[in-house]
Ligand binder design. Structure first.
Ligand code: EPZ
Length: 419
């Protein structure tokens, strides 16, 4: 696993050819690992990705007393845990520590958490999580920097979300698992990772339906049984590799990936000249020469264009033929990669949530800083296209969500190494 000072050294110009087995989804496996404490019997999660965020989640679970044995599959045994207070320092390492709030309340009717860490891409409040829990009868008090939740008065009910937040949807779904009667969550997130969490919980004997639509119904159950569960593949990693091929040229095959979860990206790349073929759970992408710009990229909640693909798409637009307008509608501060791309010769104007990207014929290698996970991935893609050497600092941001990224790219023909 990476060290804090690791960098990537890239020499641009190589096209990409070959095939990749797409890793398991970070944003599916993290709430699933948190949900594992709902079950008082050992369970198995298959093919868990070797990424920093997973290791940080393991540390939080072990601190709660969960027993974990992991090779590629993880045996998770939360049968003996009694602690419902999260370690403050560990919470700061991971936004997804918040996913333990719902399961702790469901299992112990109590939870003490701290404000979560994670990518610095906006304020990222947790008000939608807390408001929803209060609507289900949870009493919430702040003590010093801890949030103390008392769920002994929780009851099933109806919660209307003000915004279809992914995290709030997943937390509320897990918090209501054992409540007598039926809980309805309205205006919820429809992301594939939410559907995967529902399927995981139902594989342990939960009774949840509606994930993938705007309304989720949870019928309370008394207890859960063991399970073996394989989470979905990572649509953002698959998308990143598709854009890598679009930016460098070449042809790659992405194996074991569900194209349905990437349709907005596939539509954009096809519209500018990439050839994309689907065969069962494989995606083939071929790209030749300089692509035209995409007129407008408007990030939206699923099934709209994902905000987690915005940075990678900006790198492609930076070298495309024409002008592209990008609107980041989900997070209020997710353009830190733009100034790094400008260091490489990109022509980008930022106005609040709008970026106007005028494609240039060439980028030039430069030392640049990864500021968060997807920004880092976007800079790697720019480095693969740029003339000369690019150095990417703070690679630990990228290791949070991409397993073995530099070696996967190297196997596809890129000139990249970790130093
Ligand atoms: C999930 O984050 C993903 N993370 C993010 O991926 C992704 O960008 C995001 O969903 C949107 O798709 C994981 O699944 C682990 P939200 P989450 O709650 O749950 C505001 C990556 O790169 N909001 O849907 O934190 C919030 O500030 C990461 O892999 C509130 O105002 O996202 C944001 O503007 C980055 N109050 C918007 O809603 C709340 O209580 C969407 O947030 C919660 C959220």
């Amino acid at each position: 696993m990476s060290t804090f000072n690791d960098k990537f050294l890239i020499v641009g110009g190589n096209e990409l050819y070959g095939e990749v087995d797409v890793q398991t989804s970070k944003n599916a496996v993290l709430p699933i690992l948190a949900g594992s404490i709902l079950c008082d019997k050992p369970i198995v999660i298959k093919d868990v990705p070797n990424i920093l965020d997973v290791h940080n989640m393991f540390a939080i679970l072990r601190d709660l007393g969960v027993k974990l044995e992991c090779d590629k599959d993880c045996v998770i045994d939360a049968s003996d845990i009694t602690n419902f207070t999260l370690n403050q320092d560990l919470c700061k390492t991971l936004r997804s520590s918040i996913f333990l709030l719902g399961p702790l309340l469901a299992r112990f009717k109590r939870a003490v958490i701290s404000f979560p860490g994670g990518c610095d891409i906006g304020n990222r409040p947790i008000d939608l999580h807390l408001n929803g829990l209060q609507k289900l009868g949870v009493k919430i008090t702040n003590r010093h920097s801890q949030i103390c939740c008392d769920g002994r008065g929780m009851k099933s009910g109806i919660v209307q979300l003000d915004f279809p937040s992914v995290g709030a949807t997943e937390n509320l779904m897990m918090s209501a698992m054992f409540l007598k009667g039926t809980t309805k969550l309205i205006n919820v997130a429809k992301e594939p990772e939410v559907v995967d969490l529902q399927n995981f919980l139902n594989s342990m004997g939960a009774s949840i339906s509606g994930a993938g639509t705007a309304e989720i119904t949870i019928n309370g159950v008394n207890n859960l049984h063991s399970t073996q569960y394989a989470p979905i593949d990572d649509r953002i990693v698959a998308g990143t590799l598709m854009i890598a091929t679009a930016i460098t040229g070449g042809k790659i095959k992405l194996k074991h990936t569900n194209f349905k979860n990437n349709q907005s990206l596939i539509a954009k790349l096809s519209s500018v000249g990439c050839q994309i073929d689907i065969k069962r759970d494989n995606i083939y992408i071929t790209s030749k020469g300089r692509l035209n710009s995409v007129d407008l990229i408007d990030t939206q909640v699923y099934p709209g264009f994902p905000t987690d693909m915005q940075a990678q798409m900006m790198s492609l637009q930076a070298v495309s033929n024409g002008v592209s307008i990008i609107c980041e509608n989900v997070f209020e501060n997710r353009y830190k990669h733009a100034k790094e791309l400008i260091k490489m010769g990109a022509d980008i104007i930022l106005r609040d949530r709008v970026a106007v990207v005028k494609g240039v014929a060439e980028l030039n290698g430069a030392p640049v800083d990864a500021t968060d996970l997807r920004a880092g991935a976007g800079l790697v893609l720019a480095g693969l296209k740029a003339n000369g050497y690019t150095t990417i600092n703070n690679v630990y941001h990228i290791d949070r969500g991409y397993e073995n990224f530099e070696n996967i790219l190297k196997d596809l023909g890129a000139d990249i190494k970790r130093v």
